[in-house]
Design a binder for this molecule. Sequence first.
Ligand code: AMO
Length: 436
Amino acid sequence: MLRADALKSADYIGKSVTIRGWVYRLRKQKENTFLIVRDDRGGVIQSVLPTSIVPANLTIESSVQITGVLNRDKRAPEGGYEIRGNNIKIFNIADSDYPIGEFQSVDLLLDNRHLALRARKMVAIAKIRASVLKLARNWFIMNDWMEITAPIIVKGAVEGGATLFKINYFGNDYAYLSQSAQLYLEAMVFSLGRVWSMTPSFRAESSRTVRHLSEFTHLEAEAPWVELEDVLKVQEELISEIIKNIIVERQAEFALLKRDISTLDKIKPPFERISYEKAIDYLRSIDFTVLDKDGRNRKIELGDDLNIDSERELTKEALQPKFIVGYPLKVKPFYIKEDPQNVGYGLAVDMLAPDGFGEITSGGMREDNNQVLTTRMQKEGLDINNYQWYLDLRRYGSVPHGGFGLGIERLIRWIIRIDDIKDAVLFPRTMSRVSP
Ligand code: AMO
């Protein structure tokens, strides 16, 4: 059985066709009933049926199958095709109190996410998301990277203790939900070479922002015998390839979302690289201020981390993503390798998306000296006992290696220009939401 978009073709005019789906719009008149059906991929088509064969209690979101003759009628919404129905089969008459209407509060839509996801805007986002995942996977397959699956239940922090979700592990023991697969990817470069993974990562983010989720889809990659520049190249090629293909593959969805893709069209490697120090110089030149620990505003200075506001300043007029290279070690986790040419700074890089969207990836070269690693872990308050296996990686045949992590929802948020990251995921998890 064909879906709505495939049916809307000159080939089927005058022929008997059948469509299956849900009642999307319903207008009953004395003689005729106009019924728009939404199929199981969000496509819609109008049908007109004699009111006499339509059940009197038919409601929005009832599931139906309609058979009739396809007609071309310019007045028909959604493309000028219409099914002149002569048969309607009912699978389920929906309760008449369907909670989603045209104008609803954000909270009501989130409370009813399982239903709100049927909206055409949400279907379009879900399809773009599916394509992003597929295109990313394709890129890694085409470039001879090996996919691995790292554990979600882990014993150690990767991105600092503050955002760990602790879980009870069989009564006497505890574990955490993984913040990043990175340490496991590092373990696998010794036997599989270039490796990557796509797993959920969890962060107990206690701040409510438009770019933080407590559960997000994390694409991570790690490779042996690379230098920092190689890590940048992989990222810019991956991102450019995803964008080049998605604007073709999902043209209709971008149009439905009214997303102008002409700027995405221009995304091509190489992306600009600027040093962290230059970024701070620029921010100081425009008198950019940050909130100090004591709550006072002061001018940003060398050593400060970049935040959502400074990243916006750095990218608000950019057309391409930008790499910021060489962050101070003190704002990066224990595993980042110190730059031998620039003491106190790391071989670390973040990619910032244009138009003020900010950080979408983070990565770098990995520290391979166990003494240095141990000291830095202790400084972060981590229990070394949980990292002995990780230190083994440096004891037995360590090689220079590096990688990065990409937040899939951050990427989607930028590509579609979604204000709130919650709309880049089907069932968002945040500080205030774990259901539905
Ligand atoms: P980081 O913690 O910067 O680095 O995460 C990598 C990327 O993941 C995304 N991200 C998030 N997305 C949504 N909600 C969140 N709460 C969230 N936190 C992070 C961002 C970010 O750039 N292991 C390191 C990276 C590495 O060096 O390989 C890591 O996890 O897009």
